[in-house]
Design a protein around this ligand. Structure first.
Ligand code: 5MY
Ligand code: ADP
Ligand code: MG
Ligand code: MG
Length: 328
């Protein structure tokens, strides 16, 4: 990195919901960034963004048309400012259909591990789903997971149900619904955090397996909030979690970099599960924009290094564009 990067102060604006500011913009992050010539500046989304500059870079996780037009207006007046990440790219992972299409487009080399997504069907309303329930059951079987289409941080976007039988399908009362096959995965999920070229995979507790024998005793549907009832009776406990092997690092890193390329997004994580019936089959079930990075150790330096690098790259891009213009 050039010495000028170290001497110049960088103004990085952050536009985040209050809950996220509380969790992510910790004094330790502000301090670490400050020590590395970055001023983290709060952006007030209720005021014009163009009046809150100058800014070298904007990081953001806000939704809605107002924020979109604010960013567009700001970018048109400040073409050299770096926006992390582009709104159009983020939009693609706010929808649980296009999100999984991203996975199908990933370019991952031929290897022992296979990357897949769960099978899913989308319905415009519960009535249409009920009418087509025989087809749904035939295609995906039970148990099913009902997910809202949108994954846009809204209150309802994480509200899900496990559906065990036809009566469960009939009881669902949501608007656009994704019905996804439930894949047994040993009750453990791997969360892969990506920050530019940095990749960190961690283990988390997930929904426990639902063995065929157990399915007969499960009736109707169950919102996820009650899933702990099921977990108590699950096979995953008593230190088993700690013994679960992590996926191969090179595989995770390759998928993470392919994801970054395909989405054009630098700040994301994805949820990876390993098929309980095939240890080499991995499925991506969820991709999240700008997740809770504060949960990874040393996130202060990871984020600071990323911002410095991104601004440095952006500056060299601007310089080469000026050179190209001069050459014309
Ligand atoms: O709140 P946290 O720290 O659990 O982070 C949430 C993420 O948890 P994770 O880091 O994956 O464990 C969470 O990931 P999941 O969807 O739970 O896999 C989302 O990214 C969530 O954002 P939103 O509500 O979808 O806008 C994230 O919420 P925000 O931090 O953006 O509010
Ligand atoms: N197809 C699936 N098979 C098995 N478990 C799943 C599947 N999809 C989701 N889950 C479980 O449900 C949780 C929430 O689903 P996810 O798609 O990640 O939604 P969210 O965006 O709310 O995190 C996951 O962390 C995992 O435990
Ligand atoms: Mg998830
Ligand atoms: Mg999610």
């Amino acid at each position: 990195m050039s010495s000028s990067t170290h001497s110049k102060r960088h103004r990085v604006g952050y536009a985040l919901p209050p809950k996220k500011i509380q969790a992510f913009i910790k004094p330790s992050l502000i301090h670490h960034a400050d020590q590395h010539n970055i001023d983290l500046i709060p952006i007030d989304p209720s005021k014009p963004l163009i009046e809150q500059g100058p800014l070298d870079c904007v990081i953001h996780k806000l939704y809605g048309l107002d924020w979109k037009s604010q960013l567009l207006h700001f970018s048109s007046l400040n073409p050299d400012a770096l926006i992390i990440d582009p709104l159009d790219s983020i939009q693609r992972i706010h929808d649980r259909i296009s999100m999984l299409q991203v996975v199908s487009n990933l370019k991952v080399s031929e290897r022992k591990q296979v990357l897949d997504v769960p099978r899913q069907l989308v319905f415009s309303d519960s009535e249409t789903m009920m009418k087509n329930s025989d087809d749904l059951i035939q295609k995906l079987g039970f148990p099913l997971i009902a997910k809202p289409l949108m994954a846009d941080g809204s209150e309802t976007s994480h509200k899900m149900y496990l559906v065990f039988d036809k009566e469960g399908i009939d009881k669902l009362e949501t608007r656009v619904i994704i019905m996804q096959e439930f894949v047994n995965h040993g009750g453990v999920i791997f969360k892969v955090y990506v920050v530019g070229d940095f990749v960190k995979c961690v283990k988390r507790k997930s929904l426990p397996d639902i063995k065929e024998g157990k399915l007969v005793s499960l009736k109707g549907l169950m919102p996820f909030s009650q899933i702990s009832n099921l977990e108590e009776k699950s096979d995953c406990g008593g230190g088993e979690f700690d013994r679960v092997e992590m996926p191969p690092v090179d595989f995770v890193e390759e998928v993470a970099m392919a994801m970054k390329e395909e989405t054009g997004i630098s700040l994301l994580n994805f949820d990876l599960i390993r098929d309980a019936r095939d240890a080499n089959r991995y499925l991506i079930i969820d991709i999240n924009y700008f997740p809770g990075y504060e949960k990874i150790p040393n996130y202060e330096s990871v984020l600071t290094d990323f911002l410095l690098n991104a601004m440095e790259k952006n500056k060299s891009r601007d310089v080469s564009m000026v050179r190209e213009r001069d050459d014309d």
